[in-house]
Ligand binder design. Structure first.
Ligand code: GLU
Length: 328
């Protein structure tokens, strides 16, 4: 059997980070060129042919439309290229869940697409980058990884894009899956899937748009007033995600201002500032009367991505938006 051919799209992040000292705290993301990283990976003797292409060299807090558009284009071309078996995107961990979910919503569930990052810079003591990368190579090169949508590999765990989130700021096991747990366990020499592919040959859920609209996340806090909502409308937000308390709650004056936004044609999605759990319709907030959408299992960051994609595709009716959130 020939080795799988894997396109590696580099964007930067800590996996390509360099520190002033290997025991210090300070470092810069995206410093190590993709070719240097691939040289180290090749030296591990993995059974894969790696085809590098640099898209960016940034910390993922700076990622946005330009890089997303480039990634979507490159992966779409690679999906049709018989010379490519799988795709890896090296990515900062801060926004890995957003990029992964955006691509997951807008790509066919064909060849494996795997985002991989690291929590420690490449030259730090106990760096996790090379291990995570080697794990990603194993996943992207596995024919059984196809038909699962976009995945994120962190540590020895494989997550689906819709489920994954960064749940800790600095520990190496920072990623969690909700509401579903991991899809698989992986090491550089083993890969165990917990279920068969669930999205085989599915077309993209949404068309790739010309641009993404301005959608803001507003975090609710005790004692806040309606002014932040009015400010967001004042700068032309096309949608608002409220990161609410508990099950997506907010002070009554804030809910009233958000209801006015809905009446003005700006969709409002209620998510939670709490780390984990569902936000369901009509619990303490009367979504039916106010015209809000409940984010269900999606946290604020991913709720914003889905709302942007929906609005860009012309979906602005609350019932139609709710239907999309009911099937993340
Ligand atoms: N903030 C940077 C980023 O997301 C570094 C964090 C990381 O990659 O873990 O790219």
């Amino acid at each position: 059997m020939t080795d799988p051919r894997i396109l590696v799209l580099g964007t930067g992040g800590t996996i390509a980070g360099r520190a002033a000292s290997s025991t210090g705290k300070a470092y810069a993301a995206g410093e190590v060129p993709l070719d240097t990283m691939l040289g180290e990976i090749r030296a591990l003797g993995l059974e894969a042919e790696l085809l590098p292409k640099a898209v960016a060299r940034i910390g993922s807090q700076d990622i946005g439309w330009t890089e997303w558009d480039a990634l979507h284009r490159e992966i779409t071309v690679a999906q049709d290229d018989t010379g490519v078996d799988g795709i890896i995107v090296t990515h900062g961990t801060d926004t890995a869940e957003e990029t992964a979910y955006l691509l997951d919503l807008t790509l066919a569930a064909g060849k494996p697409v795997v985002l991989v990052g690291a929590m420690r810079p490449a030259d730090a003591v106990g760096s996790d980058g090379m291990r995570n990368f080697a794990n990603a190579v194993r996943v992207a090169g596995d024919p059984n990884a196809a038909g699962r949508g976009v995945m994120v590999v962190m540590g020895d765990t494989v997550f689906a894009a819709a489920d994954v989130r960064k749940a800790a700021t600095a520990s190496v096991d920072a990623f969690r899956g909700f509401p579903r747990g991991p899809l698989a366990r992986v090491t550089p020499s083993s890969l165990d899937w917990f279920a068969p592919p669930h999205r085989t040959a599915q077309p993209p859920r949404f068309a790739w748009p010309e641009a993404l609209p301005r959608v803001a996340i507003l975090t609710a806090g005790a004692g806040m007033d309606s002014k932040p909502v009015e400010a967001l409308l004042g700068i032309g937000c096309k949608g608002i995600v409220i990161a609410g308390m508990g099950q997506g709650n907010a002070p009554r004056v804030v809910l009233d201002a958000l209801e006015a936004a809905v009446d003005a044609g700006v969709p409002v999605v209620r998510s939670s500032r709490v780390d984990e759990g569902m936000v369901d319709r009509n619990v303490e907030v009367d979504d039916d009367a106010r015209g809000f959408v409940a984010a269900r299992a999606l946290g604020p960051a991913k709720a914003r991505i889905l709302l942007m994609v929906l609005i860009a595709n012309g979906v602005t009716d609350p019932a139609a938006i709710q239907a999309a959130f009911d099937q993340p």
